[in-house]
Design a binder for this molecule. Structure first.
Ligand SMILES: [Zn+2]
Length: 664
């Protein structure tokens, strides 16, 4: 898994608050809500500290990113661009009555279309439909001079039996034939698989990503052929524009590594040669000193039923030097944490290294990352490059914060619904986001890397329980140390009490809130969710005699309240020691017993109550963003600055992009 998406159902509990940077009261983050979606915007902290050259570099990278928009639309389904052009025409030129329910329904469809970059839901991948009637849609098309396209396009839009899924999940049909995505045409799954089987060199230890940048079809004589996505191939006009901007960016890059990387990227777009794509990635990984960084290319293969074709994606970001320091400090002190962790000395590493990851702020989202965007990225994807040259792991701070702030603006939240009283809510709003981030840092930078197996114990000893136990171990390591005075001493935690916000939240979530994501009647099966339930449930039971965590009921609603934070920390320490023992000794039975006793079964009455309370909040499960504009400021014919303009109109941005970056 290379990208981490924010699961919106969890926000509002995991993250509602200021903390790392106070929310500016006059800046509105939540812009629009419709269907199951919400649209937000983000700020770019650190932009003003960039030099003019860095701003210029970021500007051209952002232009290059936006020029790829149409590629992604066409990849999602070949009908997407013609449909979008018709919808744009109606929004801009329809001069009939706009003040009626049907036109509003049309607008909701348009907003959903823009959000999904096409006619299929961005996440569920099923085709969605306008609520206005087909006859009404037809009348709109006729009114703006697109009547001749009705027969073809309206069937694509309204017919529930065609192009049902962008990526087919059929278990008995041909997933290549049934997928509406534009990666294959006129070929079957068996033909595609046979073709790649015939060209792949299985002995190559540094293989190219076969098929990453092509569409597969047949030529006139029925032979399988690949149509490459390159400057003189498919998507040529858009790729030419991308290359133009990449060359301008290279001219003002921060260092020679970036310059070389961009040169290789352009060469790859010109030739379609995947060997050069690998060379580019190796160079790109090396650049760890620059402030401005980017993603540009055919990257993730999730949209392809066969997992080969890269969805076009663009991303420009700047390093958050201050936030990145945190993981540097933690890594530098890795040995102290190891020596002071509450586990048996036999299971501790004698020499341990933390992992340093960087924190970034997004400057521009594009293609597969726009408007719905990940909050963490780990690239490149080629395993051999990751092994030989490393990878970049980033968390995207300004996007995470925008989610938090937008949740605060929402009239309802899971925090308000599930926290016991105003004091608990207020304390969480003040410190929760901060403490949550620190906990995540500890989990990622130190938790997973801590501890060691006893000699002779296989790393696979925990079998099917390995993931949940491993996540629990890393989480407990983070929970234990979030409360340590050392964290205040290192300047990472703001004060000795802030950790309590994370403790209360963790228990609430583990015992209750996270079950909103599990279907009624189903057990808890996902590894991270099992880990949280295991920890919370175990501490609830073991602390019962001291009333460490108390179950309270008010007006028929259940709450879990932490009464004794120090005792809770001691319980975390005890469970961490036990899970470390289980892992170090390879005690499969004990691991299995922990998971099956505490992590799997959800109390049906509580589950039903939690689902009902959540549904009554009417929260939108999916979120996306609009980009700020970056605008050159000229004086006497010279560019003297690049200014960031924060827009607040989602539809307008979509229509503007449609005009400005129309390449296909
Ligand atoms: Zn983890």
């Amino acid at each position: 898994m290379k990208t981490i998406f924010k699961v919106m159902m969890m926000t509002g509990v995991l993250a509602i608050t200021a903390g790392c940077g106070q929310k500016k009261s006059d800046f509105k983050y939540l812009l629009d809500e419709f269907a199951d979606l919400k649209v937000m915007r983000y700020t770019i902290p650190g932009w003003e500290e960039l030099t003019l050259q860095q701003k210029e570099y970021a500007y051209h990278l952002a232009e290059a990113a936006k020029w790829g928009r149409d590629i992604h639309w066409d990849q999602n389904c070949k009908w997407n661009l013609p449909i979008r052009h018709v919808v744009e025409n109606i929004i801009e030129n329809y001069d009939g009555n706009r003040d009626c329910a049907e036109f509003e329904q049309f607008i909701v469809y348009a907003k959903r279309l823009f959000f999904a970059n096409g006619i299929h839901h961005h996440y569920a991948e099923d085709k969605f439909f306008p609520e206005c009637s087909q006859a009404y849609f037809k009348s709109l098309m006729e009114a703006v001079g697109d009547g001749d396209k009705c027969a073809e396009l309206l069937d694509v839009i309204y017919n529930p039996n065609t192009l049902q899924q962008r990526r087919s999940t059929s278990t008995d049909g041909d997933i290549v034939v049934l997928s509406a995505g534009n990666f294959y045409e006129g070929v079957t799954r068996a033909e595609v698989e046979k073709y790649y089987e015939s060209i792949e060199d299985k002995t190559d230890e540094t293989p190219i990503a076969y098929g990453l940048n092509t569409k597969v079809t047949k030529d006139a004589s029925g032979n399988i052929v690949e149509i490459p996505w390159k400057i003189d191939g498919m998507y040529g006009p858009a790729i030419a524009k991308i290359c133009e901007e990449l060359k301008l960016a290279a001219a003002c890059a921060e260092n020679d590594i970036q310059k070389r990387a961009l040169g290789l990227l352009v060469k790859y777009y010109e030739t379609g040669d995947l060997k050069i794509w690998d060379e580019f990635n190796i160079e790109w990984v090396k650049d760890t000193i620059g402030t401005v960084d980017f993603i540009n290319g055919f990257i993730e293969d999730y949209n392809d039923p066969l997992g080969r074709k890269g969805a076009w994606e663009g991303y420009v970001n700047i390093k958050d030097h201050k936030a990145s320091e945190r993981s540097v400090i933690l890594s530098a002190n890795a040995q102290w944490f190891e020596d002071n962790s509450p586990v048996d000395p036999r299971f501790k590493k004698k020499e341990c290294k933390g992992i340093s990851a960087k924190v970034i702020n997004a400057v521009c989202l594009a293609g597969d990352s726009y408007p719905s965007t990940p909050i963490g990225i780990n690239l490149p994807n080629a395993d051999w490059i990751r092994k030989m040259y490393g990878s970049k792991s980033v968390t995207i701070a300004n996007i995470t914060h925008a989610y938090d702030y937008a949740a605060q603006e929402s009239p309802t939240s899971t925090l308000d619904e599930f926290a016991w009283d105003d004091a608990e809510k207020a304390f969480y709003r003040e410190w929760g986001s901060w403490a949550d981030e620190i906990h995540t840092d500890l989990h990622e930078c130190l938790g997973h890397g801590s501890g060691q197996l006893l000699p002779g114990v296989a790393s696979t000893a925990m079998g099917e329980y390995a993931s949940a136990l491993e996540e629990a171990r890393a989480d407990l390591f983070g929970l234990y140390f979030t409360a340590d005075p050392k964290m205040v001493e290192l300047g990472i935690m703001p004060n000795k009490d802030a950790y309590k916000a994370e403790y209360a939240n963790y228990i609430r979530n583990g015992l209750m809130v996270q079950f909103t994501r599990v279907e009624l009647g189903r057990p808890n099966t996902e590894a991270h969710m099992q880990n949280r339930k295991l920890i919370a449930e175990w501490c609830y039971e073991k602390g019962a005699k001291d009333n460490v965590i108390e179950k309270k009921v008010r007006d028929g609603k259940t709450y879990f309240v932490v009464n004794d934070y120090e005792k809770l920390r001691a319980l975390f320490a005890e469970l961490l020691a036990e899970i470390q023992r289980i892992k170090s000794e390879g005690d499969y039975e004990a691991g299995k017993n922990l998971i099956e006793t505490y992590a799997v079964n959800i109390d049906p009455a509580l589950h039903k109550e939690v689902k009902e309370r959540y549904e009554a909040l009417h929260l939108k499960p999916y979120g996306g963003f609009i980009n700020p504009d970056i605008v050159p400021v000229e004086k006497d014919g010279k560019i003297i600055d690049y200014q960031v303009i924060y827009n607040d109109d989602y539809l307008k941005q979509q229509l503007d992009y449609g005009k400005k970056y129309c390449a296909l």
